[in-house]
Design a protein around this ligand. Structure first.
Ligand SMILES: Cc1cc2nc3c(=O)[nH]c(=O)nc-3n(C[C@H](O)[C@H](O)[C@H](O)COP(=O)(O)OP(=O)(O)OC[C@H]3O[C@@H](n4cnc5c(N)ncnc54)[C@H](O)[C@@H]3O)c2cc1C
Length: 398
């Protein structure tokens, strides 16, 4: 009998398991994958996520893997172009885009070091129940043997198509249709800081990662998905030429080093993330378009929150169901603003005053810094777009 079983062993699962094991609980973490294994993600880590790694004592380990830091972001929208970076958020001055094969491995090692029993190649297919209460999991291992394990709490950290969510009937809410698909790959021989360029309802960009490689991506609207797939390479480069000719030229000086990954985004949603004996964390409970690059950082933040609330329940300080309900309420409250911003900005259609604002930004380093803080999730859009703040910006530009 375990205290906790976590299903899924990547950003949300390995971290939740680690945090609960560090609090002294007996934790089993299972994943149907066998690691090291890559996953489809452009893997930008925001300051909020990096701050959690620092708090957990893992940021220096990440830096030691040789991932290139990003200190500048160049952004363009139509004819407006500016570069800058957020002021430190939670004490973090730079961002990174670590390969998932490296990041997930680092998190899994940290979970094991904390005492988590991590079993790979286990696909969870069912839940054990005592009446209405979830008391364990059933699944199949790689030899197709049935496994059954019991715990006081089962946590689904098994991604947006979560099996645990399906088995508990966790309903979705605040659902917003997805608008885009993403195509990306890795290049060698490019010297490039982070880029985000938007024009004509498409976006291109990229950032440095491990091994001297640069990840380059294209985002387009779903209605172009089928046509894009008929000539992935040609359409990829065409998107760079149309959106950011200067970048297209730079891309031509490097060499593509890996295959193209193409992913159509499923809808944005929250899911009911707690019930008798179970909880959801990461994409399983709260999924949004990757356009704002917040999935991993949010997975860390809400793993932290869930571990804290679950500890209150498991230690007997308060009823577990009450603590888990508070976890969901706190997550929803703190993520609401960026969820709305993500759903809106991933349409790649912005209100008229955005262009005006972006054209003015190069005149004001202070507002540029605020802009990038907002993009990173450290400033609410409402606080940037106040009448006074915009007046000061336009005065600087005039
Ligand atoms: C194209 C694309 C680009 C993205 N770019 C970014 C970015 O730049 N920055 C960012 O922060 N986020 C990005 N994201 C989002 C980010 O990848 C996710 O938010 C993040 O991976 C969520 O982590 P997770 O641990 O919740 O789930 P996942 O990473 O999906 O992990 C879930 C794990 O659960 C396991 N699992 C699933 N079902 C079962 C089962 N039945 N039994 C056992 N194990 C199971 C899986 O094998 C998997 O290992 C991107 C996503 C996509 C698709």
């Amino acid at each position: 009998m375990y205290d906790v079983i976590v299903v899924g062993a990547r950003c949300a699962g390995a971290t939740t398991a680690m945090l609960l094991a560090r609090r002294g609980y007996r934790v089993l973490c299972v994943d149907r994958a066998t690691f090291p294994k890559d996953t489809v993600s452009t893997h930008l880590l925001r300051q909020g996520g990096l701050a959690r790694l620092r708090d957990w004592g893992l940021l220096d380990e990440l830096k030691a893997t040789g991932c290139t830091p990003v200190h500048t972001i160049t952004m363009s929208y139509d004819d407006a172009m500016f570069s800058g970076f957020s002021d430190p958020i939670d004490g973090i001055e730079e961002i990174y885009a670590p390969r998932r094969i490296v990041l997930d491995n680092l998190l899994q090692d940290a979970a094991r070091a904390a005492g988590v029993e991590l079993r790979q190649g286990i696909a969870v297919t069912g839940l054990v129940r005592d009446g209405e209460t979830v008391t364990g999991i059933t699944g199949r291992d790689e030899q197709d043997r049935t496994i059954t394990e019991h715990a006081r709490l089962v946590i689904g950290a098994d991604g947006r198509a979560s099996t645990v969510a399906q088995l508990t009937g966790a309903e979705q809410y605040n659902v917003v249709p997805a608008h885009t698909f993403t195509c990306y790959s890795y290049w060698t021989g490019l010297q490039m800081q982070s880029q985000l360029r938007i024009r004509d309802r498409q976006a291109v960009g990229g950032w440095p990662t491990h091994d001297g490689k640069t990840l380059l991506w294209v985002v387009q609207m779903v209605d172009r998905f089928s046509e894009f797939r008929t000539d992935i390479e040609g359409n990829f480069h065409r998107a760079f030429k149309e959106t950011a000719p200067d970048l297209a030229e730079l891309v031509g000086t490097g060499e593509r080093d890996e295959r193209f990954y193409v992913a159509r985004q499923p809808e944005n949603f929250y899911r009911v993330s707690h019930g008798e004996g179970w909880a959801l964390v990461g994409d399983a409970g709260y999924h949004k378009d990757p356009f704002t690059g917040l999935g991993i950082s949010d997975a860390f933040s809400y793993a932290d929150l869930l571990a804290e609330r679950a500890h209150e329940g498991l230690s007997g300080a308060r009823p577990l169901t009450e603590a888990l309900a508070e976890y969901q309420a706190q997550r929803d409250k703190s993520s609401k603003g960026m969820y709305r911003f993500t759903c809106e900005s991933s349409k790649l259609v912005f209100p008229d005053n955005y262009l005006e604002v972006m054209r003015a930004l190069p005149a004001s380093p202070q507002h540029t810094q605020q802009w990038f803080r907002m993009m990173a999730g450290g400033l609410n859009g409402r606080d940037f777009f106040t009448e006074d703040n915009l007046r000061a910006l336009f005065e600087a530009a005039a």
